[in-house]
Design a protein around this ligand. Structure first.
Ligand code: NDP
Ligand code: 2IT
Length: 451
């Protein structure tokens, strides 16, 4: 049996109850076959694949907090420190009722390769909780965040592990967590990114994931002799990534006609009104029904019976599709519909939104497909720029950060394109991203000996 197949078997056996983690490892290891085959003896002897698929450590802890009725609630907190071969662990905190260890491990595993692709010195980690922020008062959010950080603070630090936002964790939550860290540890340090601008946050971090997604998409289009001008784009999600992806796509001259949340989706043939969407989602923290109510051109569709957030958006005819909500939201049937409708390009704003069979279908049908590890790396890259600013105790202008972000995303596109070509897989940006991300981490692991 090949080394890749042996380790895949092992990972499936050891993590049988974690389907998302198995999915992420399967996708990465399968695409690394040519690299592993070229170095099989060295990698096998050093157990590189066994080590890279086993987290350095994982913390699970109780998070007790008191709700507005005086009732004590208990959630489960997680932090998985996956690999720090090239820098301190870095990755977001997801607050969503679906969170479990397998989901955090899949996200932490992906983060290793994504962070390597940014070309900045950051390792891979992820955390979160099964806490549901929806419908909670600000006081309840603060109570949860303080309790969560009381435990998490034991394991993190500016040179150790630097968490940030993800689904359900935005500026408000990061602020409460930062305050609690400071109170417990007594140090004002860059221990979290995505901070507010008055206490060490970076300009452009809020926009970075969505903007970065579009900078990479634009470069991809240009390299295929295309532009964004006049293109019809479908976006899923209505959170941080979706909002700023929509805004940047529109600035580039494209028309974004959809968005979605966990209860429904919008088709707005005149183009999504980003200011209205921001008001509904960022200010009111409301449902998309409020967007539809305020916008005569918008059609609202309640969530489909299969309970998938964005399922409907993939039915809309488009040139470019940008899944920006959550994992496994673009399935094989959706991929077929996109191809049938003439979609040319799919770039992932979310982490692992496209299933493996859907990805393969899109690639086999000539769709330019860039996975999240490359396409959404602008968020964590800008987090690393926030860490640099914190270390030098300076803050850079929006234009400076945004220019660096653009450079990083253009560079990522060319690195993944080159890596795919080097191994004879031209146009396979999934393999290119995994290979380019993996090579740097493996070199660092080999240089640092058995650890
Ligand atoms: P937000 O919480 O800001 O927004 C998430 C959006 O997706 C919301 O519209 C939400 O709907 C919807 N959604 C989330 N989970 C589900 C679910 N299980 N079922 C249905 N709908 C869901 O998160 P972000 O925009 O920050 O994150 C979106 C994706 O991008 C995630 O995959 C995240 O890991 C990834 N990502 C985020 C980065 C960042 O910097 N924030 C960086 C790189 C990747 P509702 O409002 O109803 O909950
Ligand atoms: O998935 C991701 O890359 C993020 N949620 C951002 C992580 C970060 O540390 O900025």
């Amino acid at each position: 049996m090949s080394y890749v197949d042996e380790v895949l078997e092992l990972v499936k056996k050891k993590n049988a109850s974690e389907p998302e983690f198995i999915q992420a490892v399967t996708e990465v290891l399968n695409s690394l076959r040519p690299v592993v085959e070229a170095n099989e003896e060295l990698y096998r002897k050093n157990a590189i694949l066994e080590r890279i698929t086993e987290p350095d450590r994982q913390f699970m802890f109780r998070v007790p907090w008191v709700d507005d009725k005086g009732q004590v609630q208990v959630n489960r907190g997680f932090r998985v420190q996956f690999n720090n071969a090239i820098g301190p662990y870095k990755g977001g905190l997801r607050l969503h009722p679906s969170v479990n260890l397998g989901i955090i491990k899949f996200l932490g595993f992906e983060q290793i390769f994504k962070n390597s692709l940014t070309s900045l010195p950051i390792g891979g980690g992820k955390g979160g909780s099964d806490f549901d922020p929806k419908g909670k008062s600000d006081r309840e959010i603060m109570a949860f965040c303080q309790s969560f950080m009381t435990e998490l603070s034991k394991y993190i630090g500016a040179d150790v592990d630097v968490p940030a936002g993800d689904i359900g964790t935005g500026a408000r939550e990061i602020g409460f967590m930062f305050g609690q860290y400071k109170r417990i540890r007594g140090t004002f340090e860059g221990v979290l990114t995505g901070k507010g601008l008055t206490y060490g946050g970076s300009l452009a971090r809020t926009e970075a994931t969505g903007y970065g997604l579009l900078y990479l998409t634009l470069e991809l289009m240009k390299c295929h002799g295309e532009s964004m001008e006049g293109k019809t784009v479908v976006v899923s999600g209505a959170g941080n990534v979706a909002i700023y992806a929509t805004q940047k796509a529109q600035q580039m001259g494209a028309k974004v006609v959809t968005c979605s949340d966990s209860t429904g989706w919008i088709y707005d043939p005149e183009g999504i009104d980003v200011d209205l969407l921001r008001e509904v989602k960022e200010v009111k923290r409301a449902r998309l029904t409020e967007y539809a109510a305020a916008r005569p051109s918008a059609e609202y569709h309640a969530i489909s019976a299969d309970n998938r957030s964005g399922a409907g958006v993939w039915q809309i005819k488009c040139d470019i599709a940008l899944p920006c909500a959550t994992q496994n939201e673009l399935l094989l049937d959706d991929a077929k519909q996109l191809v049938a409708n003439g979609c040319k390009c799919v770039c992932e704003g979310a982490n692992m939104p496209t299933t493996i069979d859907a990805t393969e279908y899109l690639q086999a049908n000539g769709v330019w497909f860039v996975g999240g590890k490359a396409a959404n790396a602008g968020g964590v890259a800008t987090s690393a720029l926030e860490m640099s600013q914190n270390s030098e105790r300076l803050s850079w202008s929006f234009e400076e950060v945004d220019a660096k972000l653009q450079g990083i995303m253009v560079n990522i596109y060319h690195n993944i394109d080159d890596a795919a070509r080097r191994y004879g897989m031209e146009g396979n940006y999934v393999a290119g991203a995994n290979i380019a991300g993996f090579e740097k981490v493996v070199n660092a692991m080999l240089a640092q000996g058995v650890c």
